[in-house]
Design a protein around this ligand. Structure first.
Ligand code: UDX
Length: 438
């Protein structure tokens, strides 16, 4: 099929590349000139495992191109909207200006029977409004098709999603059946693999996305709340998670206690969901998400307190090695990163912080130039009074405690992600502390 993807951020680039990989003819469109130039040369503007290889092969096949010219969308029949919906500056609500601008720019280029497909995460009710705009200004129609990809696994999640959700307007000019048939053709490969499909209305499709993220955030904050209780009772939250996780109704995934969630989705999506619920008069239904957010943010403060405690109550003037800055491993994303937040707070306490990350050094430096960055863990830990692990990259999990103990000043480690083996570190002479563990 001929596809345009409007917005070449994380979601758009991965989607455009994977669609080309699946055999479709795709143009990725973005207003950012430098992004288009970089992508056209086969260089993604962010780190994502497997993407550079796939991008190179899709460009070489001739099926994928990038352009600043929205007019190029006129050749396509299916148009994915993949622009960002960030949190607005002063409220919890999502900023819809990029979505509105994308659809407005696309309108004059839509042909009869075209399908615009919303992928961006939006407040419930947005699709209905966009659908009215599209049907009034063209002979095209709209479907809402939320995206569930995880950073670090974005390619696999796009090629083989665990489910497909189509939000479709009933009884419109192009008809519900038509939109479904078009999307079936786009996703023919995944459907042939047996991927489950849910065909529903706009509101449900929009809500599926935010409900999924709210559930995941709640699961993480639940176990972090248990960590708070474990900290005052001497219990071990990691064993607690293992034990409750054996109950298939609960499940062990997303029960890793530690510094909590961050990134470009979970935090802003639960806040936008609360803001929308308030507009709809059902804020009480989501008041628990306020607590989910608070528990999550409290973990960062607790981490700083624990590091301070390890430094006899005063981090000022002490040397702290920070391992990890990205919001999670296998990503260079530092948006709302708990790790970067903790590193900055330690600097604010007067500590001498030396930070490292396998991929997020540049993104972190751009956001927080005041930190000192080094390329490797070995450099970061040199002469440190305490080592603080904030993102569970596999190379930090595999650090040799005996080897690095010769580099540090104080063999003290605080594990913010519960990802190290305490017995192993203690046996090598380290003082090991973690969140939610004795
Ligand atoms: C998330 C959703 O998983 C994805 O479906 C949606 O499309 C976008 O948002 P992502 O932001 O890539 O994806 O990250 P995810 O893997 O969900 O992790 C989010 C945060 O939760 C990370 O900061 C991670 O460190 C943290 N986390 C995750 C925990 O603290 N504990 C866990 O057990 C799992």
């Amino acid at each position: 099929m001929k596809i345009s993807v409007i917005g070449c951020g994380y979601l758009g680039v991965v989607h455009a590349t994977c669609m080309a990989e699946l055999g479709h003819e795709v143009v990725g469109i973005d207003v950012d000139k430098s992004k288009i130039a970089s992508l056209s040369e086969g260089k993604p503007t962010f780190f994502e495992p497997g993407l550079p290889e796939l991008l190179a092969s899709a460009l070489a096949s001739g099926r994928l191109t990038f352009s600043e010219d929205i007019g190029r969308a006129a050749d396509a029949q299916v148009h994915f909207i993949a622009v960002g919906t960030p949190q607005t500056g002063d409220t919890y609500a999502a900023d819809l200006s990029y979505v509105n601008a994308a659809v407005t720019a696309l309108l004059p280029h839509l042909g009869a029977g075209d399908l615009v497909v919303g992928k961006s995460t939006v407040p419930v009710g947005t699709a209905e409004m966009l659908h009215a705009m599209i049907t009034a200004g063209s002979d095209a129609s709209l479907a809402w098709n939320p995206e569930f990809l995880r950073e670090g696994f974005a390619v696999a999640d796009t090629i083989s999603p665990d489910r497909l959700v189509y939000g479709i307007a009933a009884g419109t000019a192009t008809g519900a059946g038509n939109a479904e048939a078009i999307l079936d053709e786009v996703y023919a490969a995944a459907l042939a693999e047996g991927t489950p499909k849910v065909v529903t209305d706009f509101a449900t499709a929009e809500l599926v996305k935010v409900a999924a993220n709210a559930f995941l955030a709640t699961k993480i904050s639940f176990i972090n709340a248990m960590a708070e209780v474990a900290e005052v009772t001497g219990a071990d939250v990691t064993q607690l998670a293992d034990a409750i996780g054996y109950d298939a109704r609960i499940g062990r995934r997303f029960l890793n206690a530690g510094l909590g969630f961050g990134g470009g989705c979970l935090p802003k999506d639960i806040r936008a969901f609360m803001a929308r619920a308030e507009e709809l008069g059902v804020d009480q239904a989501l008041s628990f998400l306020r607590e989910v957010d608070s528990i999550n943010l409290r973990r960062r403060g607790r981490m700083v307190d624990l590091v301070n405690e390890m430094l006899d109550g005063s981090a000022a003037g002490k040397r702290i090695a920070v391992l990890g800055l990205a919001f999670k491993p296998n990503s260079d994303d530092v948006r709302d990163s708990p790790a970067l937040d903790v590193a900055v707070r330690l600097v604010e306490l007067g500590a001498i912080v030396t930070a490292t990350d396998p991929e997020a050094l540049e993104t972190a430096r751009r956001k927080r130039p005041e930190l000192t960055y080094v390329a490797t863990a070995e450099e970061a830990v040199r002469d440190a009074d305490v080592v603080v692990l904030l993102t569970e990259w596999s190379e930090y999990r595999e650090l040799d405690p005996t080897g690095i103990s010769t580099l540090v000043r104080g063999a003290v480690i605080v594990d913010g992600r519960n990802c190290l083996n305490p017995a192993r570190w203690r046996a090598a002479g380290w003082t090991y502390r973690a969140l939610g563990r004795p």
